[in-house]
Design a protein. Structure first.
Length: 91
C-alpha cells in the first residue's frame, strides 16, 4: 500500500535519527515527508519506533494510507516524483 509519512520533530538529534530511519521505507519527497510502498508489518515497525524513540509530548508523526485511485490523482508542481514513478523490482 502507498503511505505518506510526515513528521515534525523538535530535537535535532531525534530529527536526524527519524530521517535516517524513514529512508529505509520510502522516497524522501520533501524535507519531512516520505512516500512509501509498504505493508502493515512496516507500519507497525514505524509506530513502535515512534513510541520508543520520540518524545510524543512534543514530536509528531502522521501516517496517511493512500488508495491507488487517489494516487492517480496526485499532482506535482516543480521538482520531484511520486513513489509510483519509481521503476524497481523486488527479488
Amino acid at each position: 500500500m502507498i503511505v505518506l509519512l510526515t513528521y515534525d520533530i523538535t530535537d535535532p538529534r531525534r530529527l536526524r535519527s527519524i530521517h535516517k530511519f524513514m529512508k529505509e521505507f520510502g522516497l524522501n519527497t520533501q524535507k519531512s515527508v516520505f512516500e512509501c510502498d509498504i505493508d502493515d508489518v512496516a507500519i507497525k515497525r514505524i509506530r513502535r519506533y515512534c513510541r520508543e524513540e520520540l518524545d510524543l509530548s512534543s514530536d509528531s508523526v502522521r501516517i496517511y494510507k493512500i488508495c491507488s485511485r487517489c494516487m492517480g490523482k496526485v499532482e506535482l508542481s516543480g521538482l520531484g516524483m511520486k513513489i509510483t514513478q519509481l521503476d524497481y523490482m523486488v527479488v
